[in-house]
Every structure is written in C-alpha cells, then in structure tokens.
Design a binder for this molecule. Structure first.
Ligand code: ATP
Ligand code: MG
Length: 600
C-alpha cells in the first residue's frame, strides 16, 4: 500500500484519460500552435540584435526591406497561431466540461437512494460543477500555458548560451534564489486563500440556511443569532482578503526586484560587451526580463496541479461509486438499461407482489428494520399498512419498488425475483405517491404529463377526476396551467399530494402505492378521494399506507406494523374482533375524532 502511494500519479490524469482521448487531435494541434507562437517570441530579440548590429552599428539600410517584411511576417504569424491555440483551448475546455458533466449527471441517475442519503447536495453539486471545470481548465489553458512558458524558458536559455555562455550562467545564478523566494510567498498566499475559500463556503452555508429555513428562523425568532454569525464570517472574510492582497502586492514587488537584479547583472557584467556587441547586449536584456514570468508561473503551477489532482480524485470517485441496486449484465442484455430500454423484450406485468423471508436493514443503518418478513399480495388485492411512526411502513414499499434490495430473502414480482428483471421494467408499472410529494418546476399540466408524456388532454382530465382533484385545480387561477414553483412550493401540501396522485395514476400502473397520499388534505376532500379510490384501485394491486385508520377499512388485508414486525394482519372486522393492537389504535382515534366533532 505504502509503495503504491509514493508512486507518481501524473496528477490523477490517467483516471480521466478516457475523457481526453476524444480530443487528442485538438490537443496536439493546440500544442503545435503554441510551440510555433513561442518560437517567434524566442527569436524576436534576435531581430532586435540584427537591427542593432547591421542597421545601427553598420550604418546601412541594405536589406532593411526584407528584414522589415520578415519581422512583420513573424509578428503576424505569432498572432495568428496564438489565436488558433486560444480557440482550440476554449473548445477543448468547454467540450470536456460538457462531457464530464453529462457523464456525472447520467451516473447520478443510476445511483441508489443510499448515496443521496449519505452525501449532501452541496457536496455532489461541487463535484459536478467545480471539479469538472478545474479538469477542463487543466487540459486546455494550463496545458497551453505550460507549452508557451516552458518552451520560451528553454528556448531563451538556449539562445542566451549560444550568444554568451558566461553571461548566461551569471543570470541563471539568481534562478535558485527566485525559486526559493517564490515558494515561500506562494505557500503563504495559498494558506490565506484556503482560509478565504473556507470562510466563503461558510458564508454560502449561512445564506442557504437563511433562505431554506426562512420560515423556521422567523418562527423561532433567532434572526439576531444568525445575523451575528453572518457578520462574524463576513468580517473574517474581509480581513483575510486584505491580507491576501497585501501578500500578492509584496510578491509582485519582489518579482520586479528580482528581475531588476537580473538586469543589473546583465548591465554590470555585460556592459563591457555593449560597446563591441550592442546587439547581443540588448537581446540579453530582453531574455533576462522575459525569464522571470515563466519561472514564477512554474512555481505556481506545481501547487495548482496538486489541488487539481484532488479535484480529479473526487470526481472520478463519484463516477466509480456503484449503486447498491444494479441490474446484472444478463438483465441489461435482455431488458436494456434506463437509457436504452429494450421494451420489445419486456414481459407484460401482472401485478403479483410477494415478500419471501425478507430481512432488511438500510445500508447506512445498523438495526434491522424488517426481520423474516413474508407476505403475499396477489394481483388486484388491496393492502393497507398501518402502524406507528418509524415502524417501517415506508421501508416496505421502498422494497416493493426496489429502491432498496432485501439484505436477506427476496421480493417477487409475478412470481419472479425482482432482480431478474430490469429496474425500469418494474418502475414503469408502478405508480407511487410519496409521503413527501415532489413536483418539478413548471405547470400542473407539465407535472402530470411526466407520468405519461404522450397523454392527451382528455386523459389528463380523466386522471384528475379519478383522484378527485378536479375541483381543487379548477379553483386555482390558471387551472391546469398554474405554475407550481420550484419543488411545487407555490402550492399547498394537499394540492401537491393530489397532483402527484394524478401523475401516478395517469400511466395506468398495475401496482399503485400510496404512502400517506391523503394525509394533508382536509377530511371532506379525503372522503371524496376515498369514494373515488375504489374505482382508481380497481384492476390494480394497491398498497396503501395510512395514519387515519378510517381510510383503510375497505382493504382486503390490513397489516399492523410495530417495530419492523407485522404484529397483526387481517381485515378490519377481523382485527377489531381480535381486540389487539389495531383495536386499541382504532378506538383511540375514533374517540379523538368523536371528541373533536362534539367540540366543534
Ligand atoms: N434511508 C435510511 N437510512 C437508514 N435508516 C432509515 C432510512 N430510512 C428510514 N430509516 C429507519 O428505518 C426505520 C423505519 O422507517 P420508515 O420510514 O419505514 O418508517 P415509517 O413507518 O414509514 O414511519 P412514518 O410513519 O413516520 O412515515 C426508522 O427507524 C428509520 O429511522
Ligand atoms: Mg413513512
């Protein structure tokens, strides 16, 4: 292990090599253009030398036309090739950013819920946005910059040696000094910048919390505490930013000083040649000045590459996360995956669901939520699940949908292990109204269409009617074309539930799952939905989770869950007769409702 760690890793680039391959040609061309531009930069001081030697000292204008033409040609040539190098760098940068983001987005869609439970939105966002942009920058601008600067540095040192080896060695003597100086500065600047970044992310966090939790903050009356935290962070940010500017100013000054020293050396030691060979002398002056920037850059770039390596590591780690729920290669071969489904091979689903000795715990949990759980739900039957908060009701339906897989045991769909067919096959036949309904930004109509993209207006109206949402939608200003806001936040929770209910039934799913689907609507609307429900669930397998027991009376079987175990099962009347836990829950709720009625 240790051995492996020490190995030079080329700044993580091999990990993303497959994304770069596509742009090999562009990168090669960019490097060639960059080299040609740099070559011109290297020979320009020689033009100066030639002019001084021939036209000034030689006191003649012979050949000046050809000289001028060559000079102009070189300058124009450099401008053109550098322009192309920049265009290519830009193209490579945006193309690679796009490719990386697309593959990350795609990959995220395949991951199971446990990944999103374990990683925050902010973390994933940073991987997809900033890590990818660092990588894009590395293989475009950083690459072309290094071509320009390194070749200029090498070329100019070569030419200097050719002109005067002794003077060159003297100028190069200050290089180690420069490197030490730059490194010291750069360490300090890096440290301050890292602190600035950290404070900045805290400030962003402050903003996030203040926006997302605006209501809660107001209701808890903690505005001043949040504000003082914000003030502390922003003041610190200001302090560190000023410090960073000071350091950068000092650094720039030192750099100028260093280049003056190099010039002084040339003047001091080269002065004697100025008389006899003013051309060489002036070329030397140009080279000595031009060397400083590339040296500073080289010191910078090393630390840049080290941070970029961390970006690449994190990004490729995201791409290599395996979902906890994956289709086997054989299944993908036959049924296709989520992006290229082979619908022609899909068996029509009947809608039988069976739990067979299922034991389950969440990938990041340590307690078993279900143990040795078995249940048969034949097609067309209606199951209700009741029980206290945290008992494991939503977990059961997560398993039916294969959002998670049993730790031990099987979930069978139509008699076959769900793992033997593709996730998309199953999900296409399930209508699921989640406990916390989520709508996408857009109109109500657009949201319902997500359940069936090619639905006609009649189908939409029918779906809305089927779940008794028609009256409520009609009351909204723009009816079906009402904008729901981000996440549906412009609507009430009850309205969101009704719309996600309509979205679930419009595709005519064989299995309908309702997780507290009507928990947030008033009792009158609930009663209407209840009446409509019999029709909606007809010809489907339905699994319904409910807190209000009055809504589950008609179920074929009621499962009473307690601490992840089914403690009772049976029809409403059977359970009432047996006078167990269900009876207790029911009478208590019934009493409460009756009291409420009398009081009102
Ligand atoms: N993603 C998760 N990772 C780890 N543990 C979880 C996860 N989701 C739920 N749990 C745990 O599993 C248990 C059952 O949760 P579940 O959501 O199934 O309860 P529930 O019966 O639906 O409750 P409620 O009536 O409040 O919706 C709880 O103890 C909960 O803490
Ligand atoms: Mg739940």
């Amino acid at each position: 292990m240790m051995q492996e760690k020490k190995k030079f890793s080329f700044f993580g680039i091999p990990k993303i090599a497959r994304f770069l391959k596509k742009y090999r040609k562009e990168m090669l061309l960019m490097v060639l253009f960059g080299l040609s531009g740099s070559l011109v930069d290297i020979i320009l001081p020689l033009f100066q030398k030639h002019a001084l030697d021939n036209f000034v000292r030689g006191n003649t204008t012979d050949g000046i036309i050809v000289f001028a033409a060559m000079y102009v040609f070189s300058v124009v040539f450099a401008a053109v090739v550098n322009y192309f190098a920049c265009c290519l760098a830009m193209t490579i940068e945006v193309s690679i950013n796009r490719d990386l983001r697309q593959s990350a987005f795609n990959h995220l869609q395949t991951l199971s819920f446990s990944y999103f439970n374990q990683n925050s939105v902010g973390y994933i966002h940073a991987r997809v946005m900033s890590d990818t942009s660092r990588v894009g920058e590395l293989v475009s601008w950083t690459l072309i910059d290094s071509v320009w600067r390194i070749s200029y540095l090498a070329g100019s040192i070569g030419v200097m040696f050719y002109l005067n080896a002794r003077l060159t060695l003297l100028v190069l003597l200050i290089l180690p000094l420069l490197v030490v100086l730059f490194t010291v500065f750069q360490r300090k600047i890096l440290r301050v910048n890292r602190e600035i970044r950290e404070i900045n992310s805290n400030i962003t966090g402050n903003f996030n919390e203040a926006i997302m939790g605006a209501k809660t903050i107001k209701s808890l009356a903690v505005e001043d505490e949040l504000y003082s935290g914000f003030v502390k962070n922003t003041s610190e940010y200001k302090k560190k930013s000023v410090m960073s500017s000071h350091l950068r100013g000092l650094f720039a000054g030192t750099m100028n000083l260093a280049s003056s020293i190099a010039l002084a050396i040339v003047l001091w030691q080269g002065g004697y040649i100025a008389e006899s060979d003013v051309g060489t002398f002036s070329a030397f002056m140009s080279y000595a000045q031009g060397m400083m920037e590339p040296v500073r850059w080289l010191v910078d770039i090393i630390s840049d590459l080290i941070t970029t390596e961390a970006n690449i590591e994190r990004f490729s780690a995201l791409l290599s996360v395996k979902s906890d729920v994956v289709d086997t290669p054989e299944v993908i071969e036959k049924y296709g995956d989520s992006f290229e489904p082979k619908r022609e091979n899909w068996e029509p689903i009947k809608g039988d669901v069976e739990f067979k000795d299922v034991t389950f715990k969440y990938p990041d949990g340590d307690e078993y939520v279900l143990e040795d759980f078995s249940l048969k739900v034949p097609f067309g039957s209606h199951v209700a699940i009741v029980g206290e908060t945290g008992a494991g009701k939503s977990t059961l339906v997560n398993l039916v949908c294969r959002f998670y897989e049993p730790t031990v045991g099987k979930v069978l769909i139509d008699g076959k292990d769900a793992r033997e067919r593709s996730q998309l096959w199953l999900h296409s036949s399930i209508g699921y109204v989640l406990q916390t309904p989520h709508l996408f930004s857009g109109t109500i109509r657009e949201n319902i269409l997500m359940g069936k993209p090619d639905a006609t207006d009649e189908e939409i109206t029918a779906a809305i009617k089927a779940v008794s949402a028609d009256e409520i939608i009609a009351k909204l200003d723009d009816g079906l074309d009402t904008d729901v806001g981000e996440g549906g936040d412009l609507l009430s929770t009850g309205e969101k539930q009704l719309i996600s209910f309509a979205r679930a039934v419009i595709s005519d799913p064989k299995i309908l799952i309702l997780d507290e689907a009507t928990a947030s609507v008033d009792t009158i609307t609930e009663a209407k939905i209840q009446a409509a429900m019999e029709k909606v669930t007809e010809g489907r397998t339905s699994i319904m989770i409910a807190h209000r027991l009055s809504t589950v009376k008609n179920a074929d079987v009621i499962l009473v869950v307690k601490n992840g175990k089914i403690v009772e099962r049976g029809t409403h009347s059977e359970l009432i007769k047996s006078r167990g836990y269900y009876y207790e829950l029911y009478t208590r709720q019934y009493q409460d409702e009756k009291t409420a009625k009398i009081l009102s």
